[in-house]
Design a protein around this ligand. Structure first.
Ligand code: B12
Length: 139
């Protein structure tokens, strides 16, 4: 997908080819999924995961969700285009330990800050928030 991104950036390939590549990647992940999840022993923590509002990129999120499941996390996937309020509402409802937000666009990154703000307003300071690249809000 990195190569696809480069070629898309250079104007060498276009959106349809990127979509085909994304579908191929998803199909590969479907084959791998059972192997990642079959060995899990007891669940360690519950994580809410989703792609930020205004963003439809989900390959990385799905991959991360799958790896987390394989590592024994209980993953609640909210899908794509998730509003900041929904991340926080669901985290409360599901008694989640962690919120994970995926955002691939410069414009959708800001919605992460909104989730942190809402989470703190709800008095959930001890919850971890993980962002792509492994950065956290330090809590
Ligand atoms: C595939 C792709 C698409 C596909 C998405 C298909 C899908 N179902 O996801 C399609 C064709 C639909 C698409 C659309 C668009 N895209 Co696009 N896309 C890409 C591309 C080529 C690859 C992304 C990808 O899947 N990579 C593979 C996965 C495995 O990697 P990843 O996403 O980075 O995920 C890893 C980490 O980021 C991290 N991670 C990800 N999520 C999370 C979450 C948590 C909690 C954690 C811990 C970690 C984590 O872990 C993952 C595994 O290592 C990138 C370029 C690139 N090289 O990244 C552009 C790119 C992201 N797209 C871009 C753009 C501009 C768009 C469009 C706006 C294009 C347009 N003009 O319409 C639209 C966006 C529409 C929207 N509203 O969202 C730009 C963004 C630029 C920017 N700075 O904002 C990029 C960078 C391309 C470019 N160079 O211009 N895109």
């Amino acid at each position: 997908m990195d190569l696809v991104g480069e070629r898309f950036g250079e104007g060498d390939i276009f959106i349809p080819q990127v979509i085909w590549s994304a579908k191929a990647m998803q199909a590969g992940m479907d084959l791998l999924r059972p192997h990642f999840t079959e060995d899990q022993q007891g669940k360690s923590a519950r994580i809410i995961i989703g792609t930020a509002e205004g963003d439809i990129h989900d390959i990385g999120k799905n991959l991360v969700g799958m790896m987390l499941e394989g590592a024994g996390f209980e993953v609640v996937d909210l899908g794509v285009g998730v509003k900041p309020e929904l991340f926080v509402e669901k985290a409360v409802e599901e008694k989640a330990d962690i919120i994970g937000i995926s955002a691939l666009l410069t414009t959708t990154m800001m919605s992460m800050a909104e989730v942190v703000k809402l989470k703190n307003e709800k008095g959930m300071p001890s919850m971890s928030l993980i962002l792509p690249g492994g950065k956290s809000n330090g809590e």
